[in-house]
Each structure stands twice: as structure tokens, then as C-alpha cells.
Design a binder for this molecule. Structure first.
Ligand code: ADP
Ligand code: MG
Length: 693
């Protein structure tokens, strides 16, 4: 659908200017100097030529068809310019001009106006307030952009809302001597979205890896679905827009406070299978590897080195990230025995030693390629003056050509001296790095992508024992009565309708009723003050636990009556006392179109002091629920540590999935906190909940 935008045969610039330091001049200059193969039409009523190219007074005066138009004139003239393009039959317009939605007020209205005009004429808008696109295809060389870095041809495509981020990434690849395929920075993205661009690149054969940076997501659901499809086809490397810790900080208050947009973006990436980064440099370095190497099929690395220290550093980095460095097979050892120097270490890492030449390196790489229990090859290559380094590089390239397993090289050299080695590796498609950590991290990223592709996130389980009709009726009734929060009776009823296990309970208005209820539940019990205005019950003296008998219950009730006597509609919530469990929290918060964010963590001080929580987006699969539980830092406390009993993680995972189903079925639930759920070895029961509708 976006083919013409990225492959225009002719480009016009409305607002082309003779002024050297203007966008209207720069775009023409970029097209010419990048070697654009199509026709260029500067549009300017006051000039006969711009940069020696014939100019036209209006777009209507251009003799042939126009595939793509840049609009760089002041904002208030843009709607009419779009209409002019429409009359000319133009299908794609890049609005570089700023002063639209991003400035609010008038600008917002102008943006609506250009959208309306574009719809009228069937034009797709890229921007406004954007840089534009680049296509490095040698048959086209389209530089429809006013930025300045001139990329080489390659296999990495970059898309970012922010022109600054896109350009910085583009520059880095340029500095690294690595080419790119296409580039898109769409600014306000009033029409053509990042999802549209991703969809287009998914089918672009020459794009082997996509780099994406997003800030806001106007259509999060579509973005997630698109990303999922694209990431299954080719690696998508994404920048995280925020930090989980930030969100967790807010978690100490309530689930409602924690669900920040950044967390959602991060979770979207994760759920869709994009490889995420927190650092642009690391992302760029990884992209270089993705662009030329096959994806490792597993996490077992074969290390080859001609120097000691960097092998240790690389090992640390790889093992820290969960990769493995398995020992060599006897067969491989036998193969290498006469081929390496006597002083070499035949193991994993293989230390070929500094005097190793091309045949030694070749034997080591061949051995790793033949080892069935090795998935990728990491090479430390220092360039000693006493060996023929060019020949070593050529041997590595020869093996790499076969493309059996990915090869990553940490090239420790003076890059100004060993230019030939660099040229050979570069042309031979072996990614090389300046530090062992950098090389190792690139390999880790590729392995992560393989893990993401291989993971079985599973189907969403639909529990059939739930009662959606009754649950909806309950919520509608509560809504009708104008409530913001469900009463205790309502919410425990609601949880039960969705099969979420709750501690035995009942409500009472008086001490006598409380006694009756308690004897049905069975002592010991807990009594809690129940009224809409009482939020943090225990802080206000509204929770009395471990009431062993009727006397203790009566005393607790009368104490609460004293304390909360003035509270209207005060009730007493009687509940089974459940000592000795682990307190965990499960929460949910509506994220509008996207669904709900679901939270899991240990309750009590673990949430408040350690901010130790994990998140998911509905619908939560069994795989995701297990992962949420196992990914909190204190997960060991759930598995039975040092004589403590483990808790029933299966039931916790089921509760997460049932909560996911409940909030998906009833999106009117804005926020929900089950805090705490008492988890035991064989059961888990909710003892406190809050639900906002
Ligand atoms: P709130 O969060 O409004 O202060 P809770 O109902 O969560 O009130 O009670 C506070 C604490 O009291 C819980 O975190 C838990 O430690 C304890 N508690 C509450 N109900 C029970 C129960 N049924 N069995 C055991 N402990 C309980
Ligand atoms: Mg509580």
C-alpha cells in the first residue's frame, strides 16, 4: 500500500526555495546529491529554476504525473496545497511543515483540515511536522527528507516518530559503516502510522531487520497486532519508552497508580515479540549483527579466541544473559588436536593463541560449525603484527559465506592501521565490534529474538464455569446506584461468579447478626468495618483479626461501632481468619482500547518497599501468567525457600487468568485490587479486594 511513498518515480516540492538554508532548498539538494533517479519538480511561483532545476509556478503546471509531493509552505496554506495535489492526482504527500496538532489550538484545527482534504481526494499524508523518508535502493536513491546523513545501501530499516531519534540512529549506522535500507520519520502521524510502515516493510525482502522507536501510541491495539505479525517474519528491534521501575514506584499506592503508559508500551513490545532495548548504542550494534547474520537456533555459544582476557569478559557477559558455553565434544577435540598449536587450549573457549594463523582459525571455526551442540560462534580476534591477519579474515569470511551459524567478531585492532582486515570482514558480512561486551550483547540480542520466536505463549484459556450474565447485572445495579466502588458484598459475590476463590464471608448490621454469621463461617474470624468511605481499613482501625470466639467478636464489633459510629451505612464484614499464608497482590487497570493491565506481586512490604511487581496485558495466557509469577525478584519466596512451604502457584496462575477474563468480559471495571490474596501450599483465597467501576 505504501509502495509509491517509498518508491516515487517523481517528487515535487511545494515551497521549493532558492534560499540555501531552507527546508525547501535542502530537500532538492538532498535528492540531487543522493543521486535520485526520478524527476524532481520544484514548485515556486517566483523562480524559474531552483538549484538549476526547472521550477513550476503551481503543481498543476507540472507536465507529467507526480508520485510524491513535499509540502514545506507555512501551515495555514497547507490545506489548499493538499487540495491542489488532489486535483493533480497525487496519492502521497509528505507534510514537513510544523505548527499542527503539536501546538494545539489553531494547529489542531489545521491538522483536521488537512486530514479532511486528503480524504476528499484519496491522498495519504505522511506527517505533518516530520522529516520524511529515505530509500537507498540503488535503482532509485530517494532522499525525500531534509536531514543530512547520507546512508549507504543495506538491510536495516528505521522508523521513528521522532526525527531526532531516527537521525541519531541513522548517523550511528553511517559511522559504523553499515548501510540501511529504508528510513521513515512520520512526526505527528496524522494518517500514515508506524503500523502502516511496519506492515509495508514486513514484505520488503531487502529489509532484514527493523528498528522502531515510538513515543505515543494512538492505536495501541492495532500496533500490537501489527507488530506481532511483523516480528514473526523478521526481527524488530524496539526502544523502550520507559522504565518498569518507574511504574513499580507508583505501585506502592494502588494498582490504579501504577499503570503508566510506558509500561503498556513495554508490555506491547514484549507481548508482540519485539526485541527491546534501553540504549540506542546497544540497539544499533545489535542491528548490525541482525542485518548480516542468520538467527541462532539456541543459546549455546562456541567461543574462539587468540587472547585471554577478552574471552573471560565475553564469557561473563554471555553467561550473565543466560547463554551457555558448553564443553566441546570428544569428536571436535580429536578433530582439532593436530590442527592447532600444542600450546592451544582445545575446549570451549578454544584458545588458538596469539601466534595462530589462518589455518588454525579455520580449523577452530570449522569445528564450531560442525558441533551439533553449538548454536552460534563468537570470535575474539586481536591482530598481532607477527601473523597474516588478512588471511585470517579471509578464512573467517569463507566460513561465514556458508551461513550455517551466526558469527560475531570482537575485532581488537587499530582500525586506522588494519584497514584491509576491516574491508575483508565488512565485505564478507561479518559483524565486528571493538569490545567483547559489545559483541557479546549483539549475540545475546539475536539469541533473545530466537527465544521470542520459539516461545509458546499459548492460547487464552476461556473458563466456562463463569457467570457473565449475573456479573453484568451486578455491575449494572451498582452503576445505577451511582457507586464508584463496589461494596464488600458485591465484590466478593462478583469474584465468586468468576470462580476466583475467596475466604468464607458474610455481612452483618449488628453484633447479634455478626455472631450468627461467624458461627456459620466458623471461628476464628476477622471483622472489618465496611462502608464506601472507609478505604484503607486497617490504617483506620477497621480490621480486627484472629477473633477466636463470640466474646472476642462482640468486643471487636462494639469497638468498631464506637470508632465508626458516625459513618452512614456502616456494616460489619465477617471473614474466615486465615493465618500463615503468603500475602500476594493481583491487580488490574483499564487501558482503554488496549484492554487491561494486570499486575502480580507479593503483598505487604514487598509491594511497598521493594516495588517488586510484574505486569501483563489482557488477555493473559497460562504461559504469561506463569511468567508473571516467576519474574518477580522475590519469586523464590513462593517456591519454598529454606524450609518454608511453597505456595500453590498453579492456583495463582489460574487467578491471574480468571481476573483477565473478568475484566475482559466486563470492561466497565476500571481498577481492581485483590490485596491480599492469602496463598498456601494447596490453595489461595482472596481476603481483601477493591473494585472501581
Ligand atoms: P486494608 O487493606 O483495607 O487495610 P485488609 O482487609 O487487606 O484491609 O486487611 C489488612 C491486613 O490484615 C491484611 O493485609 C492481612 O495481613 C490481614 N488480614 C485481613 N484479612 C485477613 C484474613 N481473613 N485472614 C488473615 N489475615 C487477614
Ligand atoms: Mg488490603
Amino acid at each position: 500500500m505504501l509502495h509509491t511513498l517509498f518508491n516515487p518515480k517523481s517528487v515535487a516540492v511545494i515551497g521549493a526555495s532558492a534560499k540555501e538554508l531552507s527546508i525547501g532548498n535542502r530537500i532538492i539538494k538532498n535528492l540531487v546529491e543522493f543521486g535520485y533517479k526520478g524527476a524532481i519538480y520544484p514548485i515556486n511561483p517566483g523562480s524559474a529554476t531552483i538549484r538549476d532545476i526547472k521550477a513550476y509556478p503551481t503543481i498543476a503546471d507540472v507536465p507529467g504525473p507526480v508520485d510524491l509531493v513535499h509540502i514545506v509552505i507555512p501551515n495555514k496554506f497547507v490545506p489548499d496545497a493538499i487540495a491542489d495535489c488532489g486535483k493533480k492526482g497525487v496519492k502521497f504527500v509528505i507534510v514537513n511543515t510544523a505548527g499542527f496538532k503539536e501546538v494545539g489550538g489553531e494547529g489542531e484545527k489545521l491538522e483536521e483540515a488537512i486530514i479532511a482534504r486528503a480524504k476528499e481526494y484519496g491522498i495519504r499524508i505522511f506527517g505533518p511536522n516530520c522529516q520524511g523518508i529515505i530509500n537507498t535502493d540503488p535503482a532509485l536513491k530517494a532522499y525525500c527528507n531534509f536531514t543530512f546523513t547520507r546512508p549507504e545501501e543495506g538491510h536495516i530499516s528505521i522508523v521513528a516518530q521522532s526525527g531526532g531519534v531516527a537521525e541519531v540512529i541513522n548517523q550511528r549506522f553511517s559511522e559504523l559503516g553499515v548501510g540501511i535500507r529504508m528510513y521513515a520519520s512520520n512526526g505527528n502521524a496524522c494518517d500514515i502510522s508506524i503500523s502502516d510502515v511496519l506492515e509495508y516493510w514486513a514484505d520488503d525482502e531487502k529489509t532484514r531487520v527493523i528498528v522502531v522507536y515510538v513515543e505515543g501510541l494512538p492505536e495501541p491495539k492495532r500496533f500490537m497486532e501489527t507488530l506481532k505479525k511483523v516480528a514473526a517474519k523478521k526481527p524488530v528491534l524496539a526502544m523502550k519508552a520507559g522504565r518498569t521501575e518507574e511504574g513499580a514506584k507508583a505501585a506502592s499506592s494502588h494498582t490504579g497508580g501504577l499503570a503508566r503508559k510506558e509500561i503498556a508500551t513495554e508490555l506491547i513490545f514484549e507481548k508482540a515479540g519485539a526485541v527491546t532495548f534501553r540504549d540506542e548504542e546497544e540497539l544499533c550494534q545489535a542491528a548490525v549483527a541482525f542485518a548480516s547474520q542468520p538467527i541462532p537456533k539456541g543459546k549455546r555459544v562456541g567461543l574462539i579466541t587468540n587472547t585471554g582476557g577478552p574471552a573471560i569478559i565475553a564469557t561473563d557477559e554471555l553467561v550473565d544473559a543466560g547463554l551457555e558455553i558448553p564443553p566441546l565434544s570428544e569428536k571436535a577435540k580429536a578433530f582439532l588436536k593436530d590442527k592447532l598449536y600444542a600450546a592451544a587450549s582445545i575446549n570451549n573457549p578454544i584458545d588458538v593463541i596469539a601466534t595462530a594463523g589462518a589455518p588454525h582459525f579455520r580449523a577452530a571455526v570449522d569445528a564450531m560449525m560442525q558441533e551439533p551442540q553449538i548454536d552460534s560462534v563468537y570470535i575474539n580476534f586481536v591482530t598481532p603484527f607477527f601473523v597474516d591477519n588478512e588471511s585470517i579474515a579471509r578464512e573467517l569470511v569463507a566460513v561465514n559465506k556458508a551461513g550455517i551459524k551466526p558469527i560475531i567478531c570482537n575485532l581488537m585492532t587499530d582500525k586506522r592501521q588494519w584497514t584491509e582486515v576491516i574491508r575483508i570482514l565488512k565485505e564478507g558480512g561479518i559483524p565486528f565490534y571493538s569490545f567483547p561486551e559489545t559483541a557479546a550483547r549483539a549475540l545475546v540480542a539475536m539469541t533473545r529474538y530466537n527465544d521470542l520466536c520459539a516461545r509458546k505463549t499459548g492460547e487464552v484459556k476461556k473458563f466456562s464455569d463463569v457467570n457473565i450474565t449475573k456479573a453484568e447485572a451486578l455491575i449494572n445495579n451498582a452503576k445505577k446506584s451511582g457507586k464508584e466502588y463496589l461494596s464488600a458484598a458485591e465484590l466478593y459475590e462478583l469474584l465468586s461468579l468468576y470462580g476466583i476463590p475467596v475466604a468464607g464471608w458474610g455481612t452483618a448490621k449488628s453484633a447479634e447478626e455478626a455472631e450468627k454469621t461467624a458461627s456459620k463461617i466458623g471461628y476464628p474470624v476477622v471483622v472489618k468495618a465496611d462502608a464506601e468511605s472507609i478505604v484503607h481499613k486497617s490504617d483506620m482501625g477497621g480490621v480486627a483479626v484472629n477473633l477466636a470466639d463470640a466474646n472476642a467478636l462482640k468486643a471487636a464489633v462494639s469497638k468498631m461501632k464506637e470508632k465508626f459510629g458516625t459513618v452512614p451505612d456502616l456494616k460489619f464484614f465477617i471473614q474466615k481468619f486465615l493465618p500463615g499464608g503468603r500475602e500476594v497482590i493481583v491487580g488490574a487497570k483499564s487501558e482503554g482500547e488496549l484492554g487491561h493491565l494486570v499486575l502480580f506481586g507479593l503483598g505487604g512490604i514487598y509491594v511497598e518497599v521493594l516495588k517488586d511487581v510484574s505486569f501483563g496485558i489482557t488477555p493473559i495466557t497460562g504461559y504469561e501468567a506463569d511468567k508473571m509469577i516467576s519474574s518477580i525478584k522475590t519469586s523464590k519466596l513462593l517456591t519454598g525457600y529454606r524450609g518454608q512451604k511453597p505456595v500453590d502457584q498453579k492456583i495463582l496462575a489460574e487467578i491471574l487468568q480468571r481476573v483477565s477474563q473478568l475484566v475482559s468480559d466486563i470492561p466497565a471495571i476500571q481498577e481492581m485490587d485483590l490485596n491480599p490474596i492469602m496463598a498456601f501450599e494447596d490453595k489461595a483465597l482472596v481476603v481483601d479486594a477493591r473494585i472501581k467501576i
